[in-house]
Design a binder for this molecule. Sequence first.
Ligand SMILES: Cc1cc2nc3c(=O)[nH]c(=O)nc-3n(C[C@H](O)[C@H](O)[C@H](O)COP(=O)(O)OP(=O)(O)OC[C@H]3O[C@@H](n4cnc5c(N)ncnc54)[C@H](O)[C@@H]3O)c2cc1C
Length: 259
Amino acid sequence: MNVVVCVKQIPDPAAPQALDPATHTLVREGKLILDDSDAYGVEMGLQLAEQSGGGDVTLVSMAPGGETSGLRTALAMGAAKAILVSDAALKGSDALCTAKVLAKAIERAEPDLVLAATESTDGYTGTMPVQLAELLGMPSVTFAKKVSVASGNVSVERQTEAGYDEVVCPLPAVVTVTAGVVEPRYPSFKGIMAAKSKPIEQLTVSELGLDPAGVGANGASQEVVSVVAADDRKAGEIVVDDGEGYARVVDFLDQLKLI
Ligand SMILES: Cc1cc2nc3c(=O)[nH]c(=O)nc-3n(C[C@H](O)[C@H](O)[C@H](O)COP(=O)(O)OP(=O)(O)OC[C@H]3O[C@@H](n4cnc5c(N)ncnc54)[C@H](O)[C@@H]3O)c2cc1C
């Protein structure tokens, strides 16, 4: 079974972040890393491909500057190859533009299953994968906490507020996985060395058959009009326990609907 895993390469969340003052979008210069959220999709893809007894995992990513650092991490985990779409024309792409580009790249890989994370760590709209499914003409199942494949179908335990739904749909399909669906493996030294020579096909927008004028800021239907700093955290309320302090704690948790 051929599994495509969408892998977003993001600025290191542990490093200081900056916004472009003109577009209010994240500055994405320099080294990008594998989004932690996508390590779960990579692991899930590897396990499903191994269980199916054939096929492999292809990574697909759209990132600026020909960036491959995050892809190499996922290749070191065991993915076989990668497709990277990188093009100056993509600057300013919103979620739908991203989906259009990734759909074209994914079609080339002829997948039986496409995996993505439920939401990315930096943009976290959670919209890209379902747009992707629509463009690919595939069914989509979101919030998967367990995934298995048999007899041409994918079976998913889909996380809900109350528990989970059991969903079965025909392949090929797009499935988004939650953190915790599997425990991502650490790349071994052998894996890291092997990843250096695994193929990464780098494509431009034109090479995908898309019009560069229809992607990037020109093709975006979303615009970030302003960004405001979050309110400073307010000082907490100190409750002096006169023997009834527990009741105040219970009231407080009740107000927050935590109990
Ligand atoms: C007006 C505007 C301008 C923007 N300009 C830029 C820009 O210049 N450069 C830029 O990099 N971003 C830019 N962005 C952000 C970019 O559009 C989003 O990162 C992208 O749309 C995906 O949205 P998300 O991160 O919310 O994805 P989500 O829907 O939260 O992502 C879910 C999952 O989809 C997959 N996925 C998402 N994005 C990618 C990707 N690129 N490659 C592979 N898999 C992916 C991952 O598995 C991810 O976990 C811009 C956004 C807006 C609104």
